[in-house]
Design a protein around this ligand. Structure first.
Ligand code: MN3
Length: 214
């Protein structure tokens, strides 16, 4: 009996990351109940279903760029695990509210201002039809850009015909991310997102992305 309990555990390569803050830490912007369900049920389900579908020992970063050759279950659940892991890491109850340094300069030269960037990401999120994500990502030429993807796709995936690169900021616009508190008002949820987005984490992602494409 024991071995049957041990083997599935060993085969579970991917694990739900622990949140670096309490479920109620992002109140009142992101409510506790949504955070609990989003993390413990939605993200956990992506992890569990990815573990059932996975056939390789590769990392998520290795899987994403060749996802077109793999099963839809790996695309959907691998994307779900990757996207949510990034999402939790860029949120914080003590969020740094503005970027500084090189990323701030890049945002100003690309979009004109931080407010303009927020406007563009909000627009990408609101106009994404159905479920998906809005992204700020680093293109392989080192510039930054905004896009939106459907379902659990992301700019790393080779299923993306355009807008490919390394995500540094992602905002979940699936209804499960906001419906309990914001009902059908996705725009209000996107406005609230900026209050809990930690620009320090985005800056770290930006530096890491630049180092990877060098
Ligand atoms: Mn989600």
């Amino acid at each position: 009996m024991l071995i049957q309990n041990v083997i599935p555990y060993i085969m579970n390569k991917f694990e739900l990351p622990t949140l670096p803050y309490a479920y109620n830490a992002l109140e009142p912007h992101f409510d506790e109940e949504t955070m609990i369900i989003h993390h413990q049920r939605h993200h956990q389900a992506y992890v569990d279903n990815l573990n059932k579908a996975i056939e390789t020992n590769q990392s998520l970063e290795q899987i994403m760029p060749q996802v077109s050759k793999l099963s839809p279950a790996i695309r959907n659940n691998g994307g779900g695990h990757y996207n949510h892991s990034l999402f939790w890491k860029i949120l914080s109850p003590s969020a740094k509210t503005e970027p500084t340094g090189k990323l701030a300069d890049e945002i100003n030269s690309t979009f004109g201002s931080l407010d303009k960037l927020k406007e563009e990401i909000n627009k990408a999120g609101v106009t994404q039809f159905g479920s998906g994500w809005a992204w700020l990502y680093v293109k392989y030429n080192g510039t930054i850009a905004i896009t939106a993807t459907a379902n659990q796709d992301n700019p790393l995936m080779d299923t993306q015909l355009t807008d490919r690169g390394l995500p540094i900021l992602g905002v979940d616009v699936w209804e499960h991310a906001y419906y309990l508190k914001y009902r059908n008002k996705r725009a209000d949820y996107l406005d609230a997102f900026w209050s809990v987005l930690d620009w320090e984490a985005v800056e770290r992602n930006y530096e890491e992305a630049l180092a990877k494409i060098k």
